[in-house]
Design a protein around this ligand. Structure first.
Ligand code: NAD
Length: 432
């Protein structure tokens, strides 16, 4: 369903009226290209050699004082005095950042042996989230904690591109370079060329967008959905040049059947299938509880275990599971759903280091907020409006926003991004 308020707020009378009435003033997000150059600032002494990485983002230097993106390297901030430089660097430029522009703050891992460094590096998190809430005009603010500029290249490219339009207020940790270093794709437009990706629940909604984006980046996709959705799944697979697999993911042998369908193994596994059966706990039948837990969590655990044990996820592989802000913040009427999605977060945090060590596979999660899908279009008007506006960008996200975030996590060069839960929620006020 079209967001008519967003379109109206973009007109001259809309801007006047929303301003006078103190209503949310969402800006149309740029999802095609960023409008301007890149401004690179530093706070504290830094050893990070960012120039080569930033040079490959496709953004030229800012030459008109209206940057589309600002990168503040604050990795060298180790005490409160140096924190002053964060203010000094951003205070004069923040107003001039273009509509739907980007601010990316770079921080260092917290030093367990230096509580002053840890204090001020953690301070950057509160700073980033606060600036994200006040900057407005469709602009995003994110913090990346990194140890190595090259290992963070895919992450910086994502955050400094239109692909991250609906990702704001996030703290992303990028680990050290992997050994061997992550493969750099020959063709940057098709980084997934030659790779096989399976997306569960891909016949429609977010899953269909994810399958489309991965195929667009060169992957051979397998569109998995329940037998009742076989026609849609097959149609989409044909359009994307992939294959479909009619399978209820809760089947006890789902992992084995997936492995049999991809004899060369999987390079990308996207756990997207999900269901809701909303009721308050007092009214919730046991069946509502168990069916949601089974689709959203138990089947993810079961198939992941089976596929890893069978060696069916290739080395350098990527697993991305789908959580939700309801799993982070909780939501009335969704104790079953909230539990299942919080379970995904627990799985990712525990499995990620082990899966990387033992199988060379990363495990991350996306946590969508309010995304414009058939599911959210069916929500009653006032609840839908509240869901749409209660985030820093004052609008819902699109399935493409979740798909782009998934594609960054699935990128061959994202091997140092592991165990992360990245919200695609426009910095939702829920659980922020
Ligand atoms: N739409 C949102 O705003 C939103 C917000 C947060 C999280 N999410 C999560 O994102 C994912 C996709 O959501 P969506 O809005 O596209 O939902 P959707 O209902 O449009 O699509 C879900 C797909 O999963 C499939 N599916 C359901 N049970 C299955 C099973 N047992 N085996 C195989 N396939 C199964 C369905 O047939 C459907 O095609 C879900 O995990 C959902 O919980 C969505």
């Amino acid at each position: 369903m079209a967001d008519r308020y967003l379109s109206f707020a973009g007109t001259a009378p809309g801007r006047f009226l929303t301003h006078r009435l103190g209503l949310p003033q969402p800006a149309e997000l740029r999802r095609d290209a960023l409008d301007g150059g890149l401004l690179h600032l530093t706070a504290g002494r830094t050893d990070l050699d960012l120039a080569p990485v930033l040079g490959r983002t496709g953004l030229g230097p800012d030459d008109d004082g209206r940057p589309a993106a600002v990168v503040l390297d604050a990795t060298g901030v180790r005490d409160v005095d140096a924190l002053t430089e964060v203010h000094a660097a951003l205070h004069p430029v923040v107003r001039s950042v273009a509509v739907s522009g980007r601010v990316v703050v770079l921080g260092a891992p917290l030093d367990p042996d230096d509580h002053h460094q840890a204090a001020v590096q953690q301070a950057l998190e509160g700073f980033t989230r606060s600036l994200g809430k006040e900057i407005g005009r469709g602009r995003t603010v994110n913090l990346v904690r990194l140890a190595d500029a090259a290992a963070a290249e895919s992450t910086l490219r994502f955050l400094l591109s239109p692909a991250s339009a609906y990702v704001s207020g996030q703290v992303i940790e990028v680990g050290p370079a992997t050994d061997p270093p992550a493969a750099v794709p020959d063709d940057p437009e098709h980084p997934l060329a030659g790779r096989t990706a399976l997306v569960t629940g891909a016949a429609r909604g977010i899953g269909a967008a994810v399958a489309g984006t991965l195929a667009g980046q060169g992957a051979r996709v397998v569109v998995l959905d329940v037998p009742q959705a076989e026609r849609e799944a097959r149609g989409l697979a044909e359009r994307l040049g992939g294959t479909s697999l009619a399978l209820d993911i809760t089947a006890a042998d789902a992992g084995e059947r997936i492995a049999a369908a991809v004899p060369g193994g999987l390079d990308v596994l996207i756990h997207n299938a999900g269901v809701t059966r909303d009721r308050r706990l007092v009214n919730m039948p046991a069946e509502h509880w168990s069916s949601v837990l089974d689709v959203n969590l138990a089947s993810v655990l079961r198939t992941t275990d089976a596929l890893l044990a069978a060696g069916a996820v290739n080395r350098g592989g990527r697993i991305v599971a789908t959580a939700s802000i309801a799993g982070l913040a909780g939501n009335a009427g969704q104790t079953n759903y909230g539990a299942s999605k919080a379970g995904i977060v627990g799985m990712v945090r525990s499995l990620a280091p082990r899966a990387l060590r033992e199988h060379g596979v990363t495990v991350n999660a996306v946590a969508p907020g309010f995304i414009e899908t058939k599911m959210t279009a069916a929500v009653p008007l006032f609840i839908r409006e509240a869901g749409r506006r209660m985030n820093s960008l004052a609008q819902g996200g699109l399935p493409a926003d979740v798909a782009e975030t998934t594609a960054w996590l699935a990128h061959p060069a994202s091997g140092s991004v592991n165990g992360q839960v990245v919200r695609v929620c426009g910095q939702s006020l829920l659980g922020a």
